[in-house]
Design a protein around this ligand. Structure first.
Ligand SMILES: *Cc1c(COP(=O)(O)O)cnc(C)c1O
Length: 391
């Protein structure tokens, strides 16, 4: 096919997209309309944790599609109960609500915290979030986000999200008032450029929340599901959150998200929360297959090993080319370029058959399939070095 064979002009313009139409994917590889292959270190934005079109997802979809696709969330179905049990067993939280996107899961977490504040904290509703945070693109999650340039978009804003500074406990403590109901944070700020919350900072937030009677909400939409080398990012800080949200990797590529909470926090009354497609058996069956793959013996050890291999390759490249720091955890890493060459490097890499992402002009982000091989990592670093040299 030629690019002009696709009716692309009927799609609403929302972002700059390269003149490529992807038609097929397998593991760490994508193929475009012209049959050209690309090594994919974007993977649907840290979504395809098992790579493109893995056997586990194809089998789960085929089997469940032949049994039951949808029966409404007003009825129980087996796959959603099974996936909720897997999530509660592994996270040590007690109850799960399913959604279709990360933003919707975060909306649910915000609603749950506000409801809990209404019932238990005399109407406290403010949720302290962080500068640079990304929680989604609905009105409330945009207000909760601290993304530069978003503060004046789509006015009037949903109120109740004062912003603190990452890794600065005083900036959080200063904002706590009688109106505060929760603290909400990403273990690693992904969209801001892979900026980790320090483990001691997360522990201090947990202590502050406990002391002041607040909920600790962790947005694990990018850091969860094995991405950082443990099933959930919070495990590395050794803390127990009250609410977590999951998205991206939980469906391995299909639209699925969740929020999980401690029993004492689960205070929705009938009618407070819902959604037509939430917990539908087709997506939940995929979620079960993904969860089983990620928790299979040895899987996360391998993620940690390939994560170290990627970190080593990027660190050596940074040394050879006099670039900046490599940071992140597991298979969510960023490389500082030392100049605002990110978008140009992304384009030069794509021309050479490599897909990477530049969340900020000065840095690159790497979020390959959790099943990426060391040979694919070596190949990525080699192509990246050519692209950087060419820019
Ligand atoms: C991607 C992301 C979201 C939003 O998820 P969507 O599925 O795009 O709505 C929220 N929080 C974090 C940390 C994310 O990375």
């Amino acid at each position: 096919m030629k690019i002009d064979d696709y009716p692309l002009a009927s799609l609403m313009e929302i972002t700059a997209r390269p003149a490529v139409v992807f038609v097929r994917g397998e593991g760490s590889w994508l193929e475009d309309h012209a049959g050209r292959r690309y090594l994919d270190f974007v993977q649907g934005w840290a979504v395809n944790c098992l790579g493109h079109s893995p056997r586990e997802i194809r089998d789960a979809l085929a089997l469940q599609a032949g049994l039951l696709v949808n029966c409404s969330p007003a009825f129980y179905n087996g796959p959603s109960a099974r996936l909720a049990k897997l999530i509660t067993d592994w996270s040590r939280l007690d109850r799960v609500f399913f959604a279709n996107s990360g933003a919707e899961a975060n909306e649910g977490a915000i609603k749950l915290a506000r409801k809990w504040g209404e019932v238990n904290r005399r109407g406290a509703y403010e949720i302290i979030t962080f500068e640079g945070a990304f929680h989604g693109r609905t009105l409330a999650t945009m207000a909760a986000s601290g993304k530069a340039g978003w503060d004046r978009l789509f006015e009037p804003k949903v109120p109740g999200f004062p912003k603190a500074r990452l890794n600065d406990l005083d900036s959080v403590a200063r904002l706590v008032t009688d109106r505060t109901v929760a603290l909400m944070i990403e273990p690693i700020q992904g969209e801001a450029g892979v900026l980790p919350a320090r483990a001691e900072f997360l522990r201090a937030l947990r202590a502050l929340a406990t002391e002041r009677g607040l909920l600790l909400i962790l947005d694990e939409i990018q850091t969860g599901m094995g991405r950082t080398g443990t099933l959930f990012g919070f495990e590395q800080a050794g803390i127990a959150p009250d609410i977590i949200t999951l998205g991206k990797g939980i469906g391995g590529g299909v639209p699925l998200a969740a929020l999980a909470a401690k029993e004492a926090v689960c205070c929705f009354a009938h009618g407070d929360q819902g959604g037509t497609f939430n917990g539908n058996p087709l997506m939940a069956a995929v979620g079960c297959a993904v969860m089983e793959a990620l928790t299979a013996p040895g899987f996360l050890e391998r993620v940690r090993a390939t994560g170290e291999h990627l970190r080593g390759g990027l660190t050596a490249l940074a040394r050879r080319r006099a670039l900046g720091e490599v940071r992140g955890a597991g298979l969510l890493l960023a490389l500082e370029l030392g100049r605002d060459a990110g978008p140009a490097v992304v384009d030069a890499a794509r021309e050479r058959g490599l897909l990477i992402n530049s969340p900020r002009p000065g840095c690159l982000r790497f979020m390959p399939a959790l099943t990426v091989s060391e040979a694919e990592i070596d190949r990525m670093v080699a192509i990246l070095e050519e692209a950087i040299a060419a820019v």
